[in-house]
Design a protein around this ligand. Structure first.
Ligand SMILES: Cc1cc2nc3c(=O)[nH]c(=O)nc-3n(C[C@H](O)[C@H](O)[C@H](O)COP(=O)(O)O)c2cc1C
Length: 369
């Protein structure tokens, strides 16, 4: 394939794969697309480790990084190692009671503090924390920096451009896409509501062409709901220069998802990818689970702002439920394509399936015309 995005990065396929897993990043780039490593759950030391590994395995193919730079957030990063003062007692008690009632064991007392310390080290949600990780990443041959939440600062864009690195940002509304364009981004990712992770409320079918028109001639990647080649073809037909995908890679043999959660995904329907603030404090599409549902029940306290709710989920909830493999509570960000994710296959096979499917869609379209 060849278009603006292929030319921008010297890639064969305008298929961008967001993943927190370095193996997926490497495999997608090697298959001709572009792997982008999500660093939101990493400390700067871990970023160094992961990028070193990628550099050693990616055969010189291009790859990128993704960070979170939200415009609205509570900056309590200086208190993140002090859970007693960071997390309000009402919400902590609510979660502890919920898990105790469900029989989910507490973390072993001797390890709890250390586990919680390690967890918060990897939760980097503020622009300042993201900039620290970017400093580390700039020592590696990255070709792309993407901001997952919010317009990247102009100074960062200028610095990246001076090194030949492209910059992009995600947008769920045309006005956000225009802000990214004005700041100097090279392209935008239009994220429809069906996407896994943080997402807005406008669906891809409506959002993609709106953003394509709003920022033209700047290229746009269509994201949210791309799980097969028909959806890839639709994105191209709607004017996108390629796709940005996340959920699709969670089912692969290389993904970071624990087997019990993968199984839960294979059993899920599209409607089980629910939008909830219970995981991060911002609307995030994630696999249906009892933790998220509990916050919707009468008498539940309000969720906390981002990223405090994220600390709460990881420190008091996620680690406990994953250790206990408590199925009802297990969750992971995933989009509505989860309903089509039925079996584990490799990253390479996933790429081939996307292409074969896309060609079939083209044939169907050609026949109609
Ligand atoms: C497990 C998971 C984690 C995500 N974490 C981030 C993140 O840290 N930063 C970000 O920009 N987007 C994140 N996203 C959203 C993706 O970048 C992308 O917008 C989304 O996956 C596209 O829709 P799809 O899931 O239907 O493919 C995440 C998505 C998933 C599935």
């Amino acid at each position: 394939m060849t278009n603006k995005m292929c030319e921008m990065f010297g890639i064969e396929l305008p298929i961008f794969a967001f993943s927190h897993c370095r193996d997926v990043v490497v495999e997608v780039s090697k298959a001709g697309g572009m792997g982008v490593l999500g660093m939101a759950r990493m400390s700067p030391e871990r970023v160094e480790e992961e990028l070193k590994w990628i550099d050693a395995h990616i055969d010189g193919k291009p790859y990128g990084i993704d960070v979170l730079m939200p415009t609205t957030f509570v900056d309590n990063s200086d208190r993140k190692y002090d859970p007693e003062h960071l997390l309000p007692q009402t919400q902590v008690d609510f979660v502890r009671k919920m898990l105790a009632d469900a029989g989910v064991p507490e973390l072993p007392k001797s390890e709890a503090d250390e586990i919680k310390r390690e967890i918060v080290k990897g939760i980097n949600f503020t622009p300042a924390e993201s900039l620290q990780m970017i400093e580390t990443a700039l020592k590696h041959p990255i070709k792309l920096i993407v901001s997952g939440l919010g317009t990247p600062p102009v100074e960062l864009i200028d610095r990246a451009h001076a090194r030949g690195i492209k910059v992009a940002a995600l947008a769920g509304k045309a006005k956000h896409a225009l802000k990214h364009k004005q700041a100097g981004c090279d392209f935008v990712v239009a994220v429809g509501s069906e996407a896994g992770g943080h997402t807005g409320d406008i669906t891809s079918m409506v959002l993609w062409p709106t953003i394509v028109d709003a920022v033209a001639p700047m290229p746009v990647l269509g994201a949210g709901g791309v799980g097969n080649g028909r959806q890839l073809a639709a994105a191209l037909v709607l004017g996108c220069e390629g796709v940005w995908t996340g959920s699709l890679w969670l089912k692969t043999a290389q993904s970071e998802v624990m087997p019990e959660i993968k199984q839960k995904m294979f059993e899920a329907e599209a409607g089980d990818a629910i939008l909830t603030k219970s995981v991060t404090g911002k609307p995030c599409r994630t696999l249906r689970n009892k933790f998220s549902e509990a916050w919707e029940l009468p008498g539940a306290p309000p969720t906390l702002p981002a990223p405090t709710q994220n600390y709460l989920w990881w420190q008091e909830g996620r680690t406990r439920v994953e250790r206990a493999k408590a199925k009802d509570f297990l969750t992971y960000p995933v989009g509505q394509i989860v309903g089509e994710m039925k079996e584990e296959i490799s990253v390479k096979e996933t790429v081939y399936q996307l292409l074969n499917d896309m060609l079939e869609a083209r044939e169907r379209f050609d026949n109609i015309l």
